[in-house]
Design a protein around this ligand. Sequence first.
Ligand code: ATP
Ligand code: ATP
Ligand code: MG
Ligand code: MG
Lengths: 168, 168, 155, 155
Amino acid sequence: MKIKRIEIIGFKSFVDKTVLNFESGITAILGPNGCGKSNVIDAIRWVMGEQNAKNLRGQAMEDVIFGGSEKRRAHGMAAVTMVFSNPEGVGTTELNQYSEIMVTRRLYRNGDSEYLLNKTPCRLKDIAELFMDTGVGARAYSIIEQGKIGMILQSRPEDRRVLIEEAA
Amino acid sequence: MKIKRIEIIGFKSFVDKTVLNFESGITAILGPNGCGKSNVIDAIRWVMGEQNAKNLRGQAMEDVIFGGSEKRRAHGMAAVTMVFSNPEGVGTTELNQYSEIMVTRRLYRNGDSEYLLNKTPCRLKDIAELFMDTGVGARAYSIIEQGKIGMILQSRPEDRRVLIEEAA
Amino acid sequence: TRKRFREAFDQINEQFKQVFPRLFVGGEAELRLTDEADLLESGIDIIAQPPGKKLQNVGLLSGGEKALTAVALIFAIFLIKPSPFCILDEVDAPLDDANIGRFNEMVKEMSGESQFVIITHNTRTMEIADTLFGVTMEEPGVSSLVAVRLDDLSS
Amino acid sequence: TRKRFREAFDQINEQFKQVFPRLFVGGEAELRLTDEADLLESGIDIIAQPPGKKLQNVGLLSGGEKALTAVALIFAIFLIKPSPFCILDEVDAPLDDANIGRFNEMVKEMSGESQFVIITHNTRTMEIADTLFGVTMEEPGVSSLVAVRLDDLSS
Ligand SMILES: Nc1ncnc2c1ncn2[C@@H]1O[C@H](COP(=O)(O)OP(=O)(O)OP(=O)(O)O)[C@@H](O)[C@H]1O
Ligand SMILES: Nc1ncnc2c1ncn2[C@@H]1O[C@H](COP(=O)(O)OP(=O)(O)OP(=O)(O)O)[C@@H](O)[C@H]1O
Ligand SMILES: [Mg+2]
Ligand SMILES: [Mg+2]
C-alpha cells in the first residue's frame, strides 16, 4: 500500500481543509517550531485508529479537535481522511476489488465518533483490522515520534522485545 | 567564583592530560558525535562531588576511568582538577585568604579515592560543602544535561518544586 | 511462535550487525537475548562498540551515538520486514553532519520499497526528498501547507 | 522556609512571565502552585500560551515549544538567583533558527554576570562565544582539544 493523499480538517492546528498529496519515495516535512509538522503525524496515527489520547500528546481525545485561536472559534468536529492504493488487494474480500481504499475518522465535541471505509460507515475495529492486514498496524518501528528515538536504548530489555515480536 | 581552568587525565575519553583554560563570558564546545564534549561536563560534575555513577551515564563509578581503546591500554586512575577564582572569599576562614581555589579528585581502579583542596588532602564532604557555599552546588538549574531540557515540562508538579527550592 | 520469534530475532540480528558498521563507518554491534532458555519472555540487550573504541556498556555512549545505534536497529528491522511506510519525526536532531549524510543515504535506498515521511529541520535531509511539505503558521494557531514536488524543479 | 519558598516562587514567577514572551515574541505563561494551602509540599504547574494560540494543556505544545518554555523557566530562575556558572548541553537541539537567535541573545546578556558553557552543533550559537573549545577524536577513543579565543581573531 502507498499513501496517496490525506485530508485534514479541524484536527489540532489544521483548521480549514488541508489536502496532502503524497507520492512514492521520500516526503520531507519542514517548518518552524510549533507550525504543525508533528500534528500531521498525529493525524495519520489517529485515522489509523489510535485510541489513547496520551499517544497524541492530549489528555482526552477531545483535545485533538481544533480548540480555537486568537481570531478563530473552536471547531465542533475533527475529521481526517486517508486514501491509499491497494495493489496487493488486502483487506476483506469486498475491499479487495478496490484499487484505492479511503478511510475516514470523525470526532464530534459531544463525544460522538464516525468511521468510514470507502464512504461506508463501519466500526473502529474494522479500520484497525484493515491496517493490521496491510502490515502498517504494527507501528512500533514504522513510526518514530519526536524525541522517542532515545527510548530504544534506555528501555528495559523486556520492553524492547516488542520490536522483534511485531516483525516476527 | 569563575572557573579558571580544568585539567583532565584518565577520565572517560580524555586519556593524556588535557588542560581547558576558561575565560569569563561564553565558552562554546563543539565537535562531532562521540568526540567527548559531554564528557567534559561529566568531569566538571565529578570534580564537584557527584556520587551517583548513573548521573554520569555509568553503572559503577569505575566506569569513568579511561577503559582503553583499540591502541591504548586502560588507565588505572582518573583525575580531574578544577581551579576557580575566589573573589568573594567563600569557603572556610582558611580558604578565604586564597584568591584561587584548586579542587582535585582522583579515583583508582582498586576503588581508592583521593580528594584535595589546594593540594591538601581532604574529604569528599569538604569539597561538596565548598561548592554549596559558592552557590554552584545546587546544580539542578545550573547544569542542564543533554536531552534533559524536556524533563522540566514532563516531570510531575511535585518534582518540579526542587528547582524553586534550590533558588530559595 | 517461539520459532517465529527466534527466526525474526536471528534475521534482525544479522542485519543489525551489518547496518551498525555502515552507519558508524566501522565498529561492531549485536543483539543478545537476556534469557536464551525462555524465548517467550526473554528481553533483548543491545551491545554496541563504535569503531576504534573499547566495548563498554551502552549507557556510556554519547547522545548522538545512542541515537544512531537506535536508528541502526530500526533500519535493520525495516530491512527484514518493511512496512508500507515509515515515519521519522526529527530523528536526525542529535546527529552531526557526517552521520546525517550516512543516515540519508540509507533512507534513500530503502525508499525504493517503502514510502518515507521525514520531519526535519536539517537542510541536508531536505536534499534527499522527492516531495517537500512546507508547513507555516502565517495566521497564529492555524497551520497552512505548501507542497513542492522536487523532481519537477530539478528535471 | 515557607516564607522563603513563597518569596522565591513569586519572584521567579514574575520573571518567568517576562522571559517567556521575550523568547516567544509574545504569548503568556505563568507558574501555579498545585496547592496554595500547603507551601511545603505543593507542586508547580506550568501554564504556557504561545502568541496567537489558545491556552491549552502544555502537553499539546510542539517539541520546540516545550524546550523553549523550559528554557524560559531556567533563565527566569537564573535571573533571580544567578549561579556562578551555567552549563547547557545541546539545549538548542529542538529549536529552529529564529528561536535559537533569541536564545543566544539572552545567553549573551546573562553572560555578563555568569560564566556560560554551551555545547552545541549549531553554527549560530558558536557566533556568540568568546572562547571555542573544539573537541575531536583523531585517534579513535581518545579526545583531543583545541582552544580558540575568539576576540583575538576578531579584534
Ligand atoms: N486541538 C488543538 N487546537 C489548536 N491548536 C492545537 C491543538 N492541538 C495542538 N495544537 C497546537 O499545535 C502546535 C504544535 O504543533 P506541532 O507539534 O505539529 O509542531 P511542530 O511543527 O512539530 O514543531 P516542532 O518543530 O517544535 O516540533 C502547538 O502550538 C499547539 O498549541
Ligand atoms: N571510561 C571510558 N573510557 C573510554 N571511553 C569512554 C569512557 N566513558 C565514555 N567513553 C566514550 O566517550 C564517548 C562519549 O563521549 P561524549 O558523550 O562526550 O560525546 P559527545 O561529544 O557529547 O557527543 P554527542 O554530540 O553525540 O553528544 C563514547 O563513545 C564513549 O565510548
Ligand atoms: Mg514536532
Ligand atoms: Mg553529548
